[in-house]
Design a protein around this ligand. Sequence first.
Ligand SMILES: Nc1ncnc2c1ncn2[C@@H]1O[C@H](COP(=O)(O)OP(=O)(O)OP(=O)(O)O)[C@@H](O)[C@H]1O
Ligand SMILES: [Mg+2]
Length: 254
Amino acid sequence: MLLEIKGLRKTFDDGTRALQGVDLSVKLGEFVVILGSSGSGKTTLLRSINGLVNPEAGEVKFFDQVISSTTLPDLRKKTGMVFQDFNLVNNLSSLNNVLTGLLDSSNSLMSMLYLFSREQKMQALKCLEMVGLLDKAYSRVDKLSGGQKQRVGIARAIIKNPTLLLADEPVASLDPMISGSIMTLLKNIGHKIGLTIICNLHQVDLALKYSDRIVGLSGGRIVLDAPTKDLDEEYIRKIYQGHGSGLFFNEDDI
Ligand SMILES: Nc1ncnc2c1ncn2[C@@H]1O[C@H](COP(=O)(O)OP(=O)(O)OP(=O)(O)O)[C@@H](O)[C@H]1O
Ligand SMILES: [Mg+2]
């Protein structure tokens, strides 16, 4: 098993119980969508996996190794992240943004000077080619469209050749047509380089169309975990309607 999460709990300082005992195992090569309405705990779950959130209970195992402060750097090396608002450096080119995917906080000097090798630049160009954006390699990212920006975000996430890709609502800032093309790209890249993908979404239709498996969150708990081929919109709606007040999807989400 690539990832095994057991009994994960997170209560924020203000008392918000964001995760209330989450168990989740993810196999190598799976494309899992975490589906849930706003506030259901999707981001907290994703950020608990790579140590950006410290859960108060439970454990995360990556390749059978419990994640702790000593093993976290290894997980981070093998994990790429894609964000809703792209998180790009606006005054840099696509190429340089992709190269920042090779940095970690310990080499800030390198991040200031951009002392990347020829091989690293070639690797970045290869990633831009994979996301169909080679012709924009030297364009500043603030001149790109939203969909193009997210392609740069994906290229940056895969330059380290990760095993696991964590995508937090990667299409929430994009219109429906572009959203489809970004989801297709994620799925195709996943197949091509053998990536395991965990992708947070709030759109049921996108989850059904692109994932192998849907994990539904509601109020910090898993309320659904099934292969996508066994699910349809009506079934998902019923599951969520059984889960108490204030935990429904918004009308817009379904
Ligand atoms: N830093 C924080 N401090 C306090 N409460 C927080 C913090 N981050 C998240 N929460 C709360 O924890 C709960 C889960 O939040 P989370 O961001 O994980 O949800 P989400 O499913 O990602 O929502 P969205 O779809 O809006 O991104 C929410 O009630 C949220 O308000
Ligand atoms: Mg979120």
